[in-house]
Ligand binder design. Structure first.
Ligand code: GLY
Ligand code: MN
Ligand code: MN
Length: 514
């Protein structure tokens, strides 16, 4: 640490700095840039050691997805950016994770492909062809090879070629530098729509082209753009076979993560931040087996379970408490699971914990049974769970009004102890299809291919004076992921993760060798 009176510190605040602020990041190193160095760096490299390109399982589904996305917009050019890097601090960025609609239509997962753009190019017959614009690898004789920390092969590894991505995904591929001309071609006769809020530079490019072509742009184009965004959300409400397989895989890996959580519980008890031990155990599996977490893990022991989005996870895990863990692995294709289990830390539920837990489990079963009935709408699943929750609260003397009054729209007193919804669609986003219209979501009939959660809970906060002391500090949620089958029946794809009281106790005993 320097001192303020350091003899090198200039006191003249008027003096302009000789080195621009923008280049100060270069202060920490010196890169040679002689002609001799550049020539030497660009030569003498043998063939790259690359893997054989395999066709991706998603490739067969991409034409169908593009057709659905473009259907209402015949003759229009539709632009879906992947997004760009987000700064974490200084020159450190977060790992890249593509915008979900881009992942859906390009099939690309993992950390692919920052700054790329998928264009649904209109065809004469009213359909669209998906074209992927990205930055392919460059020659190692270019300076970028060793000098660009974001794209240089020496820094981030070899990027794919246009041909390789074409082989992998079946998409027509083009260099990102050709995007401006491709977007501007016939603009005016051809209208453009773009998904907003994903990549500001591509949005500016599209707006400039629209303005020059005399098309509505900026705010004038907002509703047209948003209609496209809505469409991209709604075509994901029913998953195709590839997506269902990926979701099943995400749940399977999440199951393995929960196995490790149960194994690590004794170590968590002995640690001052036991919740972090639990979070870490799950996170390791998520990175080893998948792309990572679908969302930040909630590891909430004791009263922390009553903070719905408890992600600090810096508390202890105490014997005799319940720990609520809400966690999901996002697999490499970017589909995620979303599972909650509430576990007795010492392996046995107390009588009152079991009472609360069983009520939540009964609500799960009622919701699942309703989902299995023909003619069920998405919102009915929540109503079925709430009937059980309100009934139990009334039986225990906690609900100050009748069950009927509480369930009426003007009442809802039971929601004091369960303020969140029971279900949401699940897929590339943990809260999937978020731009779908209400009539396509809450009010829609359940249909084959829909994948959603069932996750009732009861949260009795430690400072809740409206309830007897024995309930205070107990928080329970049980969350499963379900799929609607072709025949309309519903399968709980997380059924292998134990959840009845007996099964959970046996699971903990088994995992801990008791
Ligand atoms: N993990 C977020 C949720 O359950 O919706
Ligand atoms: Mn959920
Ligand atoms: Mn969850």
């Amino acid at each position: 640490m320097g001192t303020m009176t350091d003899s090198h510190t200039s006191t003249n605040t008027e003096e302009a700095p000789e080195q621009s602020m923008a280049s100060r990041g270069e202060s920490r190193s010196r890169r040679p840039d002689s002609d001799a160095f550049r020539e030497f760096m660009g030569s003498g490299w043998g063939p790259r050691i690359t893997k054989e390109v395999e066709r991706c399982g998603a490739a067969d589904y991409l034409p169908q997805r593009a057709a659905k996305a473009g259907e209402p917009f015949a003759g229009e050019r539709l632009v879906i950016p992947a997004g760009t890097y987000k700064v974490r601090n200084n020159d450190c960025t977060y790992r890249f994770r593509a915008y979900s609609a881009f992942a859906h239509l390009s099939g690309l997962g993992g950390e692919r492909e920052p700054d790329s753009v998928l264009v649904l190019e209109p065809k004469e017959n009213g359909s669209h062809e998906a074209v992927l614009y990205f930055k392919p690898r460059t020659s190692r004789s270019a300076q970028e090879f060793y000098s660009d920390p974001q794209y240089g092969e020496f820094w981030v590894g070899a990027r794919p070629s246009l041909e390789e991505v074409h082989q992998e995904m079946g998409l027509r591929c083009a260099h990102i530098d050709t995007l401006p001309d491709a977007l501007a071609k016939d603009a005016g006769r051809v209208k453009l729509r773009i998904v907003r809020g994903v990549d500001a530079s591509i949005e500016a490019m599209v707006n400039e082209i629209r303005e020059q072509a005399g098309l509505p742009f900026g705010e004038e184009a907002r509703s047209a753009d948003e209609a496209f965004e809505e469409r991209l959300s709604e075509i994901r409400l029913r998953k195709d076979a590839f997506e269902l397989a990926e979701l099943a895989r995400a749940v399977e890996v999440t199951r393995a993560g929960f196995e490790d959580i149960v194994r690590v519980l004794p170590r968590a008890v002995g640690h001052r931040r036991g919740e972090r031990v639990v979070e870490g155990a799950f996170g390791a599996v998520a990175r080893e087996e998948g792309n990572g977490l679908g969302y930040d893990t909630i590891a909430a022991s004791g009263n922390h379970a009553n903070t719905l989005h408890w992600i600090d996870n810096d508390g202890p895990v105490n014997e005799g408490d319940l720990i609520l863990v809400d966690a999901g692995v996002e697999v490499d294709s970017l589909y995620t699971a979303d599972i909650t289990r509430t576990l007795p830390v010492n392996g046995r539920f107390t009588e009152v914990q079991a009472r609360v837990y069983q009520a939540v489990l009964d609500a799960c079963e009622a919701a699942l049974a309703r989902a299995n009935e023909p003619g069920t709408r998405f919102r009915d699943v929540h109503d079925a769970a709430m009937f059980v929750i309100a009934t139990r609260l009334r039986e225990w003397g906690l609900l100050p009004v009748s069950v009927e009054e509480s369930l009426s729209p003007a009442g809802q007193q039971h929601r004091r102890w369960m303020p969140h919804g029971t279900s949401h669609h699940l897929g590339l986003d943990v809260h999937d299809c978020a731009q779908a219209r209400r009539e396509m979501y809450q009010d829609a009939l359940l249909e084959p291919g829909m994948t959603f959660t069932i996750e009732p809970g009861l949260y009795f906060r430690a400072d809740d004076e409206a309830i007897p002391a024995e309930y205070r500090g107990i928080g329970v949620r049980i969350e499963d992921d379900v799929v609607v089958n072709e025949d309309g029946s519903v399968t709980r794809i997380s059924e292998d993760i134990p959840r009845t009281i007996d099964d959970v106790e046996a699971w903990i005993a088994r995992a801990q060798g008791r």
